[in-house]
Structure formats: structure tokens, C-alpha cells
Design a protein around this ligand. Structure first.
Ligand SMILES: Cc1cc2nc3c(=O)[nH]c(=O)nc-3n(C[C@H](O)[C@H](O)[C@H](O)COP(=O)(O)O)c2cc1C
Length: 148
């Protein structure tokens, strides 16, 4: 019932890709971003998942429509990345990442099979459509839950 009620309240899902602009150490920047995201997103009931690798980002944001919109507007102004491409922006029936105000996974050599599932050889999410980008994030999130 909770999922149904969330849907009626106007739950929104947004997926975008962007590239790191190269100031500072990528891993350190990702850690800083995730720490701030967890704090901020919790306050406005936004959850989601961030994939980072090869100097690129793929992020899933979900939550009340206004909160997602405002969060994305703030993210879009962030100089630490550029070239934002919105891949999906639609009403959502339910949350996928309800346990994470911002889960994250660093893409690495162990992720070849995961990438192959969506037809990629390297982590290059910019050209993905909503289905494949969504699947990549969901599968990465599942693996993360299992500690894989
Ligand atoms: C790839 C990327 C993803 C981000 N994701 C989020 C997010 O989910 N939530 C958030 O509040 N800020 C996120 N940020 C950070 C925002 O752009 C912004 O720096 C931050 O919200 C400001 O928070 P503060 O006012 O607490 O410093 C992200 C930034 C980048 C580059």
C-alpha cells in the first residue's frame, strides 16, 4: 500500500549522465558528493543510486516530484561535472532504492559482465536509453546489496 500511496503523491524518477570536470581526485570527489547527498536527500525524502567510473557519472534520483526537481536543479549547477544528459524523467509507481538516500558504486574491472548486459564494453552511459540505463543502475544496486 505504501508504494501505491507514494504513486498517488506524485513520485518521480530522474536518470541522467554527466562527466567529471577533472578538478581534484575523482574518488575523493565522489566520496564528498555521496556524503553530502545522503544528508541532503534524507531531508527531502529523495533516494537513488550513483554509478561513477571512467570520469563519468550515471545517477538515479527518485522521490516527491518537487524534491527531485529541486535536487536536480542544484546538481545541474555543480561545476564538478558538466555535459548533463537527462536520460529519463517520468512519474514512478514505486521506489527502487528506498533504502538508500544515495547508494553508490565505483565501476571497475569486475563490472564487465554487468556492462555487457546492457551492451557496453566500457562504462560510457551517455548514449544509453532509459531502459538500459535503468537496468544498469538496478543491477549495480542489487549486486551492491549482496556485497558483490
Ligand atoms: C554527480 C553528482 C551527483 C550529486 N548528487 C546529489 C544528490 O543526490 N543530492 C544532493 O543534495 N546533492 C548532490 N550533488 C551535490 C550538489 O551538486 C550540491 O553540491 C550539493 O547539493 C550542495 O549541498 P550543500 O549545500 O549541503 O553543500 C551531486 C553532485 C554531483 C556532481
Amino acid at each position: 500500500m505504501l508504494e501505491f500511496e507514494e504513486g498517488r503523491k506524485g513520485l518521480r524518477r530522474l536518470i541522467y549522465a554527466s562527466r567529471f570536470t577533472g578538478e581534484g581526485d575523482f574518488g575523493e570527489v565522489v566520496r564528498t558528493i555521496v556524503a553530502a547527498s545522503i544528508q541532503n536527500n534524507r531531508l527531502v525524502d529523495v533516494t537513488g543510486f550513483l554509478l561513477a567510473g571512467e570520469g563519468l557519472f550515471l545517477q538515479w534520483l527518485e522521490g516527491p516530484a518537487t524534491a527531485v526537481e529541486e535536487t536536480y536543479a542544484r546538481i545541474a549547477r555543480d561545476r564538478r561535472h558538466a555535459g548533463l544528459a537527462t536520460i529519463a524523467d517520468c512519474p514512478a509507481e514505486r521506489r527502487w532504492f528506498r533504502d538508500w538516500n544515495m547508494g553508490q558504486h565505483r565501476m571497475g574491472v569486475a563490472d564487465q559482465a554487468l556492462l555487457a548486459e546492457v551492451g557496453l564494453e566500457v562504462f560510457n552511459p551517455t548514449g544509453l536509453d532509459a531502459d538500459r540505463a535503468g537496468r544498469l543502475l538496478q543491477r549495480a544496486g542489487e549486486r551492491h546489496l549482496r556485497g558483490g
